[in-house]
Design a protein around this ligand. Structure first.
Ligand code: SAH
Ligand code: MG
Length: 195
């Protein structure tokens, strides 16, 4: 394993940055490779870990990624330049809800505020190519979207309720065929249906 990747993983652990879990990222990288994904839109850059790893799958991959936190945005730029990927990863320092994009993508990866997933999906699906896929991370939210145990924190309860609404939204969405995987912190893969 590349020491620069390990360095990012250690940093994330030390400073509690919620980067993708290792099983989860491996699953997504595999998906990108198998489906010849070329351009990716990511909502939620953090320090650039997943963007960099996705980009490294193949030299023709480009990533546009959005981050609203200034410190994380700056760390992401630093990490991206350590890999010399400035020309293939474009980081937008903005709130995703104020971003307007014209381009269309093979894949949209949603990994930002967990209570806003339906809104991210609805905002960016116009930027998805006809055969494109929307992948979302943290669908299980540490197992809490499935648990029957009472959740004590009101804040966490709110997030779990919203994630469950997102799961139903995906299941009922006739324009996408969605698969759910118990990998990492739970991943959904929503494939746009061609009509
Ligand atoms: N994809 C990253 C982890 C992202 S963590 C990885 O696996 O390496 C989620 C990030 O989304 C946080 O850094 C947070 O600041 C950012 N975020 C949350 N809501 C956002 C929004 N509305 N617009 C832009 N960024 C957002
Ligand atoms: Mg995540």
């Amino acid at each position: 394993m590349d020491h620069r990747i390990e360095k990012m993983e250690q940093y994330a652990k030390e400073y509690h940055i919620p980067i993708m879990e290792s099983d989860g990222i491996e699953f997504v990288l595999d998906y990108i490779e198998k489906h010849h994904i070329k351009n990716i839109l990511e909502i939620g850059t953090a320090i650039g870990y997943s963007a960099i790893r996705m980009c490294l799958v193949h030299e023709n991959i480009t990533v546009t990624t959005i981050e609203r936190d200034q410190e994380r945005y700056e760390l992401a730029l630093q990490n991206i330049s350590e890999f010399g990927l400035e020309n293939r990863i474009k980081v937008l320092y903005q709130d995703a809800f104020s971003v307007e994009l014209e381009e269309t993508y093979d894949m949209i990866f949603i990994d930002a505020a967990k209570s806003q997933y339906i809104k991210f999906f609805e905002k960016f699906e116009k930027n998805l190519k006809p055969n494109g896929v929307i992948i979302s991370d943290n669908i299980n939210f540490h197992g809490m979207t499935h648990t029957k145990e009472p959740i004590l924190s009101r804040n966490v309860r709110g997030i779990v309720r919203k994630l469950n609404m997102y799961i139903d939204f995906l299941k009922e969405n006739p324009n996408y065929n969605t698969f759910f995987y118990d990998i990492g912190d739970g991943i959904s893969v929503s494939i746009k249906q061609v009509k």
